[in-house]
Design a protein around this ligand. Structure first.
Ligand code: FAD
Length: 234
């Protein structure tokens, strides 16, 4: 199906991209010479939590309900990582799902993975990136996690503060192995206990892969606490 979207502001561009992602042919019509030059260029870049709208309870409620969805889709500033990103990662463990971390354009406001260069206080326009990972984000996102397992009910927890990891799983002899990924930054010792044969291999980038074949029964895989090898920005 072909679609036409009138207006190349935030909403028109978002709609056109969403339609395009569904495989539709889209024509975006904008009367100005460039996209994103009207209201979308002038706003104050606040992500509203809903409390800003005393005149409209409905607008406030919509803002409140859509805030988590916005953060999940577009990410958030690194200043909220200890709350928003940390809890998002805990939910990921709880529900045994992954998520895509949005690599936002550097804007000197802390939204990106990297530090910006030439940051002027108050200037949130896109800036060239230094290419240097924000240490706090690297610390949170360089996680130990199971890549595959025959046990759909396994449970695990990674502690970004200490680098410790533990996973509990059940397996029958002959089941496919449970595979755990350990990023380069996590340096603790890998151990297994219970009904399992363990193989640990190191990849060229320093990350490790744990391949544990069940021999029948419960087993666990742990990584001991150890300082994380996070390269600080200079
Ligand atoms: C000063 C200010 C501060 C704001 N601060 C915030 C904030 O902090 N947080 C927040 O969430 N929101 C804020 N907003 C609101 C937010 O910016 C708007 O809700 C949002 O940008 C609207 O996006 P839009 O795509 O609907 O409109 P626009 O960005 O205005 O895009 C509409 C586009 O349609 C084009 N167009 C119109 N008619 C035609 C036509 N006939 N043919 C072709 N093209 C046409 C226009 O040229 C324009 O480019 C602020 C708004 C302003 C003005």
């Amino acid at each position: 199906m072909a679609a036409a979207v009138i207006g190349g502001g935030f909403f028109g561009c978002s709609l056109a991209l969403a339609l395009r992602a569904r495989g539709e042919r889209v024509t975006l019509l904008e009367r100005e010479a460039n996209l994103m030059v009207r209201a979308s260029a002038n706003n104050q870049a606040r992500v509203h939590g809903g409390y800003h709208y005393p005149r409209s309870i409905l607008t406030g409620l919509r803002s409140r309900l859509n805030y988590p969805r916005f953060v999940a889709e577009f990410g958030g500033p690194s200043s909220t990582d200890s709350l928003v990103l940390t809890n998002q990662l805990l939910e990921q463990e709880r529900h045994r799902v992954g998520f895509a971390f949005w690599i936002w354009k550097e804007n000197c406001g802390g939204w990106a993975m990297h530090d910006g260069v030439s940051c002027t206080p108050g200037d949130i326009s896109p800036q060239p990136s230094s290419g240097c990972l924000r240490a706090g984000r690297e610390r949170l996102l360089a996680r130990v996690y199971p890549r595959e397992s025959a046990d759909a009910r396994l449970s695990y927890h990674y502690d970004a503060g200490t680098g410790a990891f533990s996973l509990q799983v059940h397996g029958r002899a002959g089941d496919p192995p449970t595979v755990v990924f350990i990023p380069r930054e996590v340096t603790g010792e890998v151990n297994a206990s219970g009904a399992v044969d363990q193989l640990v291999t190191t990849n060229p980038d320093g990350s490790r892969l744990v391949t544990d074949s069940p021999t029948g029964g419960a087993f666990s895989i742990t990584v001991t606490p150890a300082p994380l090898d996070v390269i600080p920005c200079v």
